[in-house]
Write a new protein. Sequence first.
Length: 167
Amino acid sequence: MLDLESIKREVIVYVAKLMAISALTAPKARGYDNITIKILDDAEEIERLANKMEELSSTYGDFFKRDAQSIRKSLAVILIGCKIVDMGLKTPQKWNLDANVVNSLINLGIAIGSAVKTASIHNVDNRVMFSAGVAAQELGLIEGDIVYAIPLTASAKNPYFDRVFKT
């Protein structure tokens, strides 16, 4: 007899690894690999992340507390960040932001998009979260100047959408 919970956990971690490869191999501006990736698949580590999010809610907003509940429903969380690097780009006169910063962040966006595409292909529930990324940085779980988190699970209804915050 197959244990569905064990199968779900095994598949979610496998898909997280595929997502990491998708993020790693995503196109990069000028070929600069400034992307950092880490997979959290330990329940205690995920709970520690959720606790930090709740702690940070008083500073950053109640949505950190709401998102912590979603993190607790996750079997894995993939962290994807970027380092702001000097790509040797000169900023166009019409731009208000440094071209190196912009392209570093665009690399991050493309990497995240590639990762969530992979999760979607494999029917894994996911959502990109600023809040969990900030908490991961605060905990020192990953290097990077900007970090986002993507919690993962498999359920009859995606728990990361249609959420209502309750105090």
